[in-house]
Write a new protein. Structure first.
Length: 140
């Protein structure tokens, strides 16, 4: 109990209870219903006028001939994508007509075998030269 009083817990409960003050009356915080109704009616009328102007702009015959800017931009993007897809299809069709050789075809096997033999010969000659340089005996 003493610890609670030392931290002010005892006074906190008394201060937390709401008390009516003479300055805050219900009539001062809540606006009159007729004033809010008038502002709501004005807002509704303003929204109706704005919707009517937007609807008229949508149905305007002069502007209907040209697309909106966002639609023109989207159409350009779609055209670019379609052209890229056509190029990719052409490349794929060219690959199908001339396929790359598979790994089990004879030309690939012979090429790998020849390259391996050539590489082994070059590496073997290099190793033989290094070992002969280290050899201090004279050859007879």
């Amino acid at each position: 109990m003493l610890a609670g009083l030392a931290f002010g817990w005892g006074q906190g409960f008394a201060a937390a209870t709401p008390q009516a003050s003479p300055a805050a009356t219900p009539a001062a915080t809540v606006p009159e219903p007729s004033a809010t109704a008038a502002t709501l009616e004005q807002q509704v009328e303003a929204l109706r006028a704005e919707i009517a102007s937007v609807r008229a702009a949508l149905h305007d015959e002069a502007r209907a001939a040209e697309p909106p800017p966002w639609a023109a931009h989207m159409q350009q993007q779609l055209d670019r994508r379609i052209e890229r897809m056509a190029e990719m299809q052409e490349r794929l069709a060219a690959r199908v007509e001339t396929p790359a050789p598979r790994l089990d075809e004879p030309i690939v096997l012979f090429t790998v075998a020849v390259c391996t033999l050539l590489l082994g010969f070059v590496i073997g000659r290099g190793v033989q030269r290094r070992s002969s340089r280290r050899d201090v005996r004279l050859r007879l």
